[in-house]
Design a protein around this ligand. Sequence first.
Ligand code: DC
Length: 254
Amino acid sequence: MAKCQNLVVSLVLLKTAKMRKIVIALDGYSACGKSSTAKLVASQLGYTYIDTGAMYRAVTLYFYENYIELTNPKAIADALEKIDITFRFNPNTQHSDTYLNNLNVEDEIRKMYISERVSPVSAIAEVRRAMVRQQQKLGKKRGVVMDGRDIGTTVFPDAEVKVFMTADLYTRAFRRQKELIEKDEIVDLDEILENLKTRDRIDTTRAESPLKKAEDAHFLDTTFMTVDEQVEYVLQLATSSIIKINKIEKPLEI
Ligand code: DC
């Protein structure tokens, strides 16, 4: 409890003072709690949350709707020229929605048919180059929490805080099924398990920036953790880092 209070005190101080900001990179497997954690950490720090998986999902939706063949480099390059992905704050959910060419695709990109197609699309070097460029631009001024697969290794290898998250496969599948049910999509657990296994395989074995733990990342297994505990873990790392780079002395004593 005392530890928690100290954290709250630090956060208040860090938010009110003019501070140098940091980049927080949360990488890891699908459905292990990265985005829930990242959103809450970002809102506590007053930082911007960037869901890089949503960007690959939006590209996948565009390729799907426009019949882009994944084996046709020219079609892929032309398509990437026409894709504009942005994030806009939604006051109803208090979170950002993903827009593809000015259309809100937040719900569509979370559906199972996109999950089934996203890993092969995100393994394409040209797609990755375009997304990484945009992600680096979004985080140029720092003050961002980014979740994905290659943030700590490729997008921001100089991120001040890096966490690599994982969880037991069944736990991840149950969590994903619950999320889908909340959005009225009923999917068999076996189908979700298969999808997670296939995506893990493609994401970890692709040639271009595969999912792997950065050497300097903290390892976090969330199987038996609540979201609040995950958030507190990342916030502790973040506040220590902000205190260090801003050379703040004794910030907890008030
Ligand atoms: O986080 P997510 O499940 O929404 O991500 C969807 C897919 O996008 C994931 O299977 C791999 C890919 N991805 C990636 O290759 N690199 C990232 N930085 C984020 C996601």
